[in-house]
Design a binder for this molecule. Structure first.
Ligand code: HMG
Ligand code: MG
Length: 303
């Protein structure tokens, strides 16, 4: 039976944002830039590098404005984006020259409330002016839909609800929906069913997968997505990360683990695995502990 895979995929690196937002220790701005440079040296071109939230909510990213200002001299063809929860966050992003932002909400009501302090129906009116202002300023907007595979408070989430909300976010102006398994509960069969529901109404190139690897199924779930036509995957250097407002959430699928599997299968990522592992070693040194990435664990990180 023929086995069809895409020839290349887009890897969106979220470790500097999703990874570091969950770290108790504050990584100095200069060290975040070292990590960013190491990721770029490995060939990554899509990098979500910070989040313009209130420092009280996410202290680890309190330097978002300083970091964004220092990234402004970087190659303008790179896609260096930032998370923005509200208009205040968007204005901060625009003021520091960020060209792409991401908004986020949850498919389940309770996670949305815990994460952004609003119900889902209260969130749409927050997003409308954000999309309008971003369009006026020439920014691209990505939308995350969290808890698409399950909610830490409510359990199962209906695929038809994920579809309905994805459609609405696309209609509002998102160029892509990144579907989040925020707490890493999904399994491959569930992934197939969820994607079947979504792909019955949406083109695959409007969807990305953002899988936290809490239970070790993230790579298997991404492989199901790959076979079904998904070609954008969010991953995190060394498996850093988690959502501070989702109990038990651990890091994203490690970028090296996805790159290793894809490149071996002949699917191009544009990423140099050896250089990426060097970036992973740097992350371990900066955080002072071994990180979760499986391929990284096979490397002897020298000082
Ligand atoms: P709120 O407290 O309801 O906000 O928070 P507010 O509008 O009432 O404002 C309260 C105060 O915060 C005011 O200041 C505002 O000016 C200030 P005060 O008068 O008290 O001095 N403020 C801000 N300051 C700086 N930047 C801002 C900002 N906004 C308000 N942007 C809010 C609402 C959305 C801001 C809050 O709930 C929040 O920041 N939540 C973010 C939580 C978060 O970052 N979660 C993690 C990211 S999402 C994630 O990880 C999931 C994802 O990876 C996908 C997946 O895995 O599924 C994306
Ligand atoms: Mg996440």
């Amino acid at each position: 039976m023929p086995y069809r895979l895409p020839s290349e995929v887009r890897v969106v690196e979220v470790g500097l944002r999703d990874g570091l937002q969950n770290e108790a220790a504050f990584v100095h701005t200069d060290d975040k830039l070292r990590l960013l440079d190491a990721l770029l040296a490995a060939g990554l071109r899509d990098i979500e590098f910070t989040s313009f939230v209130h420092p009280r909510w996410v202290p680890a990213l309190a330097d978002a404005d300083r970091l964004a200002a220092r990234v402004q001299g970087y190659d303008p063809t790179l896609r260096l984006s930032a998370l923005t929860p509200n208009m205040r966050g968007l204005e901060r992003a625009i003021a520091t020259g960020v060209r792409e932002v991401a908004v986020f909400m949850s498919a389940s009501e309770t996670h949305n409330l815990r994460n952004i302090n609003k119900g889902r129906d209260e969130t749409w009116p927050v997003f409308e002016p954000i999309f309008a202002r971003a369009a006026e300023a020439g920014l691209k907007v990505r939308a995350y839909l969290s808890t698409a595979w399950g909610c830490p408070y409510e359990g199962d989430v209906a695929p038809c609800e994920v579809l309905r909300m994805s459609q609405r976010l696309l209609e509002m102006g998102a160029y892509e929906i990144s579907l989040g398994d925020t707490i890493g509960v999904g399994d491959p069969l569930q992934t197939r069913r969820l994607l079947e529901a979504l792909l019955s109404a949406l083109p695959a190139d409007k969807l990305a997968m953002h899988m936290h690897d809490t239970r070790g199924a993230a790579l298997a779930n991404c492989m199901v997505g790959l076979e079904m036509g998904i070609t954008t995957f969010d991953t995190s250097l060394a498996g850093l990360g988690g959502c501070p407002y989702a109990p038990g959430a651990s890091g994203n699928l490690a970028t090296e683990d996805l790159v290793y599997a894809l490149e071996r299968m002949g699917v191009r990522t544009g990423v140099d695995l050896d250089a990426l592992l060097e970036a992973g070693c740097l992350a371990q040194r900066l955080l002072g502990r071994p990180l979760a990435g499986r391929v990284l664990a096979t490397k002897d990180c020298k000082e």
